[in-house]
Ligand binder design. Structure first.
Ligand code: ZN
Length: 284
């Protein structure tokens, strides 16, 4: 779709299935299972939608899905796609890895940063996009590469998976809310992770916002419906109410990363559920 002069679309980084408990945190099962029935292993289908944007002649990718390097056991648990779904889907959209100029991470969890690197035939891990500058919040990068034991599940093997981006000289760390390039701004949210950011696309009076894991699916439009992964649940609830308020009041387009059915929604305020999707958009 056109957002002013920006060409905007979503590309799947791969479908998978996530444990319903991790997805809905403290929300009682009787409430979520009517909306999204789980499979026999208590898993719910998920997308890992990435945003592909052409801004002023530059090709920008937001997030990279889970990639092609997941260990076999995790692939089984997640029912993830074989091969490299992001590169496959980019190719189908007419883009080669060399075409990507900028990769921006909402955060560095494995299902958002996994596709940023790949194995060579010799088994070495290298950046998947050879000409791209990779942009991450400094706070997020520090936490993700800290090796802290309590973050092991969220950022698996950071030395192998993330440090090649720095070693190749392609990493750009940013601090806080900045203009990444004209038409694309970061909004640091915290909440889900300390350095989590939403990304704001703006052109000719039109606005779209990629909410990342602050509101990954249309089910999470309710402020109290948050993921168990959130490192600061109160902050997620606070920032989600603020951000979705802006989305609803200004008629922004909200881009969803994990919704299994819809790439984007328009949002209205609602007395009972805080916010509801007033328009569901399957693909851009
Ligand atoms: Zn996440």
């Amino acid at each position: 779709m056109k957002l002013g002069s920006i060409e905007l679309t979503t590309v799947s980084g791969g479908v998978c299935r996530l444990d319903a408990g991790t997805l809905y945190g403290v929300v009682p099962r009787v409430l979520w299972e009517r909306k999204t029935p789980p499979d026999e292993k208590n898993r719910i289908p998920q997308q890992t939608n990435c945003v592909l944007a052409t801004i002023d002649g530059r090709t920008v990718l937001v997030d990279t899905g889970y990639g092609s390097k997941l260990p076999e056991k995790q692939q089984r648990n997640l029912a993830s796609e074989a091969g490299d779904p992001l590169l496959r889907n980019l190719k189908a959209a007419g883009f080669e890895p060399e075409d990507i100029d900028v990769v921006v991470f909402s955060h560095l969890h494995f299902d958002h940063a996994g596709g940023a690197t790949r194995f060579t035939e010799a088994g070495e891990i290298i950046p998947a996009f050879p000409n791209a500058e990779y942009v991450a919040q400094r706070r997020e990068w520090v936490m993700a590469t800290s090796g802290l034991a309590e973050l092991r599940g969220a950022y698996p093997h950071p030395q192998e998976n993330l440090l090649p981006l720095q070693a190749s000289g392609q990493l750009r760390l940013i601090d806080g809310n900045v203009e990444i390039l004209p038409g694309l701004r970061s909004i640091v949210t915290g909440g889900h992770t300390e350095g989590h950011q939403a990304l704001l696309f703006q052109s000719e009076g039109q606005t779209a916002v990629f909410l990342g894991d602050i509101c990954g699916t249309r089910m999470h439009l309710s402020v109290m419906w948050c993921m168990a992964y959130d490192t600061n649940l109160m902050q997620t609830r606070r920032i989600k109410a603020d951000l979705l308020g802006e989305v609803a009041d200004n008629d922004w387009l909200a881009l969803l990363d994990h919704d299994p059915d819809y790439a984007a929604v328009r949002v209205s305020r609602d007395d009972r559920s805080d916010f509801i999707a007033s328009e569901l958009i399957e693909s851009l």
